[in-house]
Design a protein around this ligand. Structure first.
Ligand code: BTN
Length: 263
C-alpha cells in the first residue's frame, strides 16, 4: 500500500468525522488513524471512549463498494487478522454485525457510515477501535464485557506498527472485495462463529428477540429462528451473548481444528 494512503493524526475529534469531511480529497482506500480521539463515535449513537495512545483508532475511506455493508466486512476481516496475530492462542471471532470478540468479551468495534452527496452514495467510511494496551478492568467491574489485547497477552503492543499493519490488511481485503466478493463474504460468514448459537438481539426501536442465529444472508442480514419457528431478519441491532447458553467449549474446539487445518 502506498505510504501516502496512510495518515496518522495526533489528536482529532473522531477519525470517522475527519475521513467523512475530507472524503473527496482522500484517495480511495486511505486509512486515517489517530493517537487520540476527543469525541469517538460508537454504533447506535453511543460514544467510543479510549485513552490517548493506548488503542487503535482508525477509519478507512472506501469509495468502490458494491454494497455498503461490504465496507464493514473489509475492515472486520482486517481487524480480526490483526487481533489474531497479536493473540494467536486466544479464541477470537467476529460477532455480527460488526464486533470482534475474544470469548465473551469485546476487543474491537466497527462503525461504518455512508457518505452521500447529491442523493448518491459516494462510498463508505468504516472506522475501527481496537482495545490494545488499555486497562478494561473497571469497565468489566461495571458489567461491560470488554477486554484488551494486553490483558490477554500479558504484554504491551507497539501501536505504530499495528496501525500500519492494519492499513495493509484493509487494502488486502478491499482488493478481495473488488475481485471476488463471494469469497470475502464466505470468509466473513465463517469467522462469525456464533452462527448456530442461541442469542438475544436488542432491537434499535426497543425490545429484544431471542432465538437461534441460523444464517447471514447475501445482504449481510442476520436470520434468527425463534422458539416457535418464526424467522426474523435483522439488518442492524445489538447482539447479546448469554454465556450460559453458548457452548464456548465446542466453539473453541472447532476453531482450533479450523486453525490447524489452515496451518
Ligand atoms: C462500536 O460501537 O462498537 C463501534 C466503535 C467504533 C469506534 C471507532 S474508533 C475509530 C473510528 N472513529 C470513531 O469515531 N469511531 C470509530
Amino acid at each position: 500500500m502506498a505510504e501516502a494512503n496512510f495518515i496518522l493524526l495526533d489528536r482529532v475529534d473522531s477519525t470517522n468525522v475527519f475521513a467523512r469531511s475530507h472524503f473527496s480529497d482522500l484517495p480511495d482506500c486511505s486509512v486515517v488513524a489517530a493517537v487520540e480521539q476527543t469525541a469517538g463515535r460508537g454504533r447506535l449513537g453511543r460514544r467510543w471512549e479510549s485513552r490517548r495512545g493506548l488503542s487503535i483508532m482508525a477509519s478507512a475511506v472506501l469509495k468502490r463498494v458494491e454494497q455498503p455493508f461490504h465496507a464493514g466486512v473489509v475492515v472486520g476481516l482486517a481487524g480480526l487478522e490483526l487481533v489474531r496475530e497479536c493473540i494467536p492462542l486466544a479464541f477470537s471471532f467476529l460477532k455480527w454485525p460488526n464486533d470482534i470478540y475474544v470469548d465473551d468479551c469485546k476487543v474491537a468495534g466497527i462503525l461504518s457510515e455512508g457518505v452521500i452527496s447529491h442523493g448518491r452514495l459516494d462510498g463508505v467510511v468504516s472506522g475501527i477501535g481496537i482495545n490494545v494496551n488499555d486497562e478494561m478492568r473497571t469497565l468489566r467491574e461495571a458489567g461491560i464485557r470488554a477486554v484488551s489485547l494486553r490483558e490477554i497477552a500479558g504484554r504491551e503492543f507497539f501501536l505504530e506498527k499495528m496501525r500500519r499493519d492494519l492499513a495493509k490488511k484493509i487494502e488486502k481485503y478491499y482488493i478481495m472485495c473488488q475481485s471476488n466478493s463471494p469469497q470475502m463474504l464466505s470468509l466473513w460468514r465463517r469467522e462469525n462463529r456464533l452462527i448456530g448459537e442461541v442469542l438475544t438481539v436488542c432491537l434499535p426501536a426497543g425490545g429484544t428477540k431471542r432465538g437461534i442465529f441460523t444464517e447471514i444472508t447475501e445482504r449481510g442480514e442476520m436470520l434468527l429462528r425463534e422458539p416457535g419457528g418464526a424467522v426474523c431478519r435483522f439488518d442492524c441491532g445489538d447482539v447479546k451473548i448469554d454465556a450460559a447458553l453458548v457452548d464456548f467449549e465446542t466453539l473453541k474446539r472447532n476453531f482450533n481444528k479450523y486453525k490447524s487445518r489452515k496451518g
